[in-house]
Every structure is written in C-alpha cells, then in structure tokens.
Design a protein around this ligand. Structure first.
Ligand code: NAD
Length: 291
C-alpha cells in the first residue's frame, strides 16, 4: 500500500458526505476518483474537489493509481462491487453489511485471501470509547461472569429523514441488514463469538411514505421484514437478545446492556449521535463511570 493510500469511492449518495468530510482530516488518505451509477453524483463530488476525477464504476476498479475502493453503494450491490474490486487487486472498505448472504460474504473474503488484498467493513464503532470501555470493565471482572446482553434498535424507519429510502425496504435492506451490523457486532465484541441463533420477524405494513426531499409523499413498497427479534447464544453460554425494528414509534429500551452475575453495564449506543459519542460505560451497581 502506498502512503498516502489512494482511494476511489464507488457510491456518492447520502453517506458519502460524511466520508468526504473525514478525508480532509486524514493526510494518510488521498481521494483520487469517485464513481456512481448516476454520473452526475460522481461529477458533483469531483467538481468540488480538485485532484479528484469522476469515472465510471468499471473504470474505477481497474484504475492503476487506486489502492483501495471505498464501497458506499446500497447493500444489495456491496458484494458485487467488492468482488470486482478484489478481482482487480484492490483493497476494499465498505459500508455495512459486507454482503446480503453468507455465501456472497464468504466468496468476497476467500477471493481477497487469494488475491492478497484486505477487506474491511463498517461498523467500526465497536473500536470507540464506549464499547471498548465496556469490554475492559467486563474483562476486569466488574460485573462478574457475563450471562446475558440485550441490543435494541427500535424506531419508525428512515423514510422520515432519508430522501431516497427505497433501498431500506428492498432485499438487502430492513432493520437487520441496515442497523443489525452495529447491534450484532457489539455483543460479539463484548461477549465473544456466537454459536447458535434463533429468531422471528414480521412485516406489518406493505408500503412506506417518503417524508422529505423531492419525493416527499411518494409511497415505496416494503419487501423485507421490518421487525426482527432474535436470540444469540454465545460460545461462552451467555445469551444476547436482539430487537431490530422499523415498526416502533417510541421506546424506552436501552440500546445495549450487558448483565453479569454481580452487576449490569449500560453500554453507550453502538451508533452514537454526536451528543452521546463521548459517553463511556456506566455500571448500574456502583454508579462508577468508566472512561
Ligand atoms: N445514510 C446514512 O445515514 C447511512 C449511515 C451509515 C451507513 N450507511 C450505509 O451506506 C450505504 C449507502 O447508503 P446511502 O444512504 O448513502 O444510500 P444512497 O442511496 O443515498 O446512495 C447510494 C449510492 O450508490 C449508488 N450505487 C448503487 N449501486 C451502485 C453500483 N452497483 N455501482 C455504483 N454506484 C451504485 C447509487 O446511485 C447512490 O448514489 C448503505 O450500505 C447504508 O447502509 C448509510
């Protein structure tokens, strides 16, 4: 890998703005190219950034100067875009989920192993202060042997704020693929690997109405389950309960809790807002704040 690492973005939609802001603070990365199925989106980014060119997705993955492809496409395209980049010898970092089936994910990782390139995937929030602090508190024995966790992401769906929420309700979308990566990665980080999964899911509404942007008022079809409830059995024997829902108008459930034989940890949200990002874990038994 070169220094700085030369990056090409595929997918210049809503989330790309956050990545673009971050590039300006990271001298170890250089954004050289951007591509999108919609060339105007790629063109708009390139026009704002001297030194960044707009290309097609196919041109980007084979461009000799690109070290890493940043895959910010919609979930259903993640495995295909990552696979093409890996086949062209590029490292890949992608938005979650890595793929929408285990088979596709396994294929991407196996191809990357063969090609000698690296594949990374969001979320990286488990590396942040809150969950790392909770992990240390657990490792230090502050709640005794962990026996259970609960992870809850429950809201009424992204159509109120996302101007193009269609993909959230198409195969590859839904709360489990959209937010589950945060709320599954967190208990796995805290309690270790999972050996057994059970669950059930429902789809109470056949369509959703866009609440903002140029298409406000337009209905989009719902083709995925929008309330998912599951139990994860960790190799240690601990059990995590997961609720991922786009069918919840108001909830008072904690986003993430871990329960041990001597106490419970209320862990910060794995998808922190700017307001809560710097909070660290708090033990309910002692009130002690971990930083
Ligand atoms: N919007 C958010 O707040 C947010 C937050 C965290 C993560 N994410 C994740 O980021 C990803 C993108 O979300 P978004 O909100 O930016 O979606 P979006 O629909 O706004 O943008 C996706 C872009 O990818 C392009 N695209 C789709 N398939 C493509 C392909 N095969 N080749 C090239 N371009 C393609 C689309 O034209 C579009 O411009 C998703 O995986 C989502 O889960 C989004």
């Amino acid at each position: 890998m070169g220094e700085p690492l030369t990056v090409g973005i595929i997918g210049a939609g809503a989330i790309s703005a956050q990545y673009l802001d971050t590039f300006d603070t990271l001298p170890s990365l250089r954004l050289a190219a951007v591509a999108d199925l919609d060339p105007d989106r790629a063109g708009a980014v390139a026009a704002e950034r001297p030194g960044t060119r707009a290309v097609t997705p196919d041109e980007l993955v084979v461009a000799p100067d690109i070290d890493l492809v940043l895959n910010l496409t919609v979930p259903a395209a993640h495995a295909d875009v990552a696979g093409k980049a890996v086949a062209a010898g590029k490292h890949v970092y992608g938005e979650k989920p890595l793929a929408t089936t285990v088979a596709q994910a396994t294929e991407v990782l196996a191809a990357a192993d063969q090609a000698g390139v690296r594949v990374g995937c969001a979320p990286d929030t488990v590396l942040g202060t809150g969950i790392q602090t909770a992990r240390r508190a657990i490792d230090d024995g502050s709640i005794g042997v962990p026996v259970a966790a609960s992870a809850v992401m429950a809201n009424s769906g992204p159509e109120s704020w996302h101007p193009s929420p269609d993909f959230y309700y198409l195969p590859g979308g839904g709360p489990l693929f959209d937010m589950g990566p945060y709320y599954v990665t967190a208990p796995v980080t805290l309690l270790g690997p999972v050996t057994r999964v059970t669950g059930t899911a429902g789809r109470p509404r056949p369509e959703r109405t866009i609440g903002s942007g140029a298409r406000a008022g337009v209905s989009v079809p719902v083709e995925v389950d929008t309330h998912v409830s599951g139990a994860l059995v960790h190799a240690s024997g601990a059990i995590s309960t997961i609720i991922m829902s786009f069918d919840t108008v108001a909830t008072r459930a904690s986003n993430l809790e871990v329960h041990g034989e001597h106490g419970s940890l209320i862990v910060p949200d794995p998808t922190p807002s700017p307001e809560t990002r710097h909070c660290a874990a708090r033990a309910t038994t002692t009130g002690r704040c971990y930083r």
